[in-house]
Design a protein around this ligand. Structure first.
Ligand code: C2E
Ligand code: CA
Ligand code: CA
Ligand code: CA
Length: 274
């Protein structure tokens, strides 16, 4: 019957139903928020550790909900993916980030996160092209961040998409590097420009096992001519260790939380003397 699919929801409980209802409400509200272009972008700088200079900024979506306050992207990106809204949302994020970047210094790149579903969507390359031409942003100033989860799907098609994006002249970063199972094989199989080492490694940077792993990542990145960023840097001790490992770039609360465009500061916070 028509309802057979819905009735497949075997494990039924009031709690689950309440949770499902809440999700539906969130999805409806998100749909409206996207339609009204109410999703904001915050930006978090990526710092050159040696100089303290901002090299790029990462766009991070923020939904300022009328009654719930800021709904974290970890919550609404999943809702957007489940409800098929991610393509439209991704479109807006790309367009806004490129426009915002036109108001940043000309040597600053802007990085935009792409979800797995967005990456697999047929119109991604057109969306990126459109965002660039509409804003006038030079393609070399746009970076796209993707995680390994993108490659769980058909890898031949993904390789083609990556190559088409690279042909546009944008750069590609592998995000959350090291948390997946096959990160190393993806690094060699796909034409990335940058790796972003996951925060979990930076949290454990005082352990010698972590140092050993980071050393081999640095070595591999050198061989593959990839740039490396450490994510989730929270202390000057971590900065010191990253520098001694030869990791040139860092991002994290130690430097700045994600902030609205108007609060970004381009000066090195404190000129670090050697
Ligand atoms: P991500 O791409 O790995 O982004 C880094 C996350 O770590 C951000 O969380 C950032 O605020 C947080 N972070 C940065 N530095 C530190 C630090 O020093 N300490 C700690 N504890 N956290 C730090 P956020 O903004 O909540 O975003 C979470 C995830 O949501 C992102 O992870 C990304 O996967 C996704 N996301 C955010 N915006 C977008 C978007 O526009 N499109 C898509 N597809 N995904 C997005
Ligand atoms: Ca990211
Ligand atoms: Ca990340
Ligand atoms: Ca992440």
């Amino acid at each position: 019957s028509k309802n057979a699919g819905r009735n497949c929801f075997h494990v039924y409980s009031p709690e689950l139903k309440a949770e499902a209802d809440q999700r539906n409400v969130l999805e409806i509200e998100l749909r409206e928020a996207i339609w009204r272009e109410e999703i904001e972008l915050f930006y978090q700088p990526v710092i050159e550790l040696g100089t303290g200079r901002v090299k790029s900024v990462e766009a991070l979506a923020r939904w300022h909900h009328g009654t719930r306050g800021y709904v974290p992207p970890a919550e609404f990106i999943a809702v957007a993916e489940a409800g098929g809204l991610i393509v439209e949302l991704g479109h807006q994020v790309l367009a806004r980030a490129c426009r915002d970047a036109m108001n940043m210094p000309g040597d600053i790149k802007v990085a935009v996160n792409l979800s797995a579903l967005q990456f697999a969507s047929a119109n991604l390359v057109d969306t990126v092209t459109f965002a660039l031409t509409q804003s006038g942003l030079p393609q070399t100033r746009l970076e796209l961040e993707i995680t390994e989860s993108v490659f769980l799907a058909d890898t031949k098609e993904n390789l083609r998409t990556l190559q088409r994006l690279k042909a546009l002249g944008v750069s590609i970063a592998l995000d959350d590097f090291g948390v997946g199972y096959s990160s190393l094989s993806y690094l060699t199989a796909f034409p990335f420009d940058k790796v972003k080492i996951d925060k979990s490694f930076i949290d454990r940077i005082d352990r010698c096992e972590t140092v050993a792993v980071l050393k081999s990542i640095v070595q591999l990145a050198k061989t593959l001519k990839l740039s490396i960023v450490a994510e989730g840097v929270e202390s000057s001790e971590q900065v010191r260790r990253l520098q001694s490992l030869g990791i040139p770039l860092g991002q994290g609360f130690h430097f700045s939380k994600p902030v609205p465009l108007t609060e970004l500061s381009w000066q090195a916070p404190t000129a670090r003397r050697k």
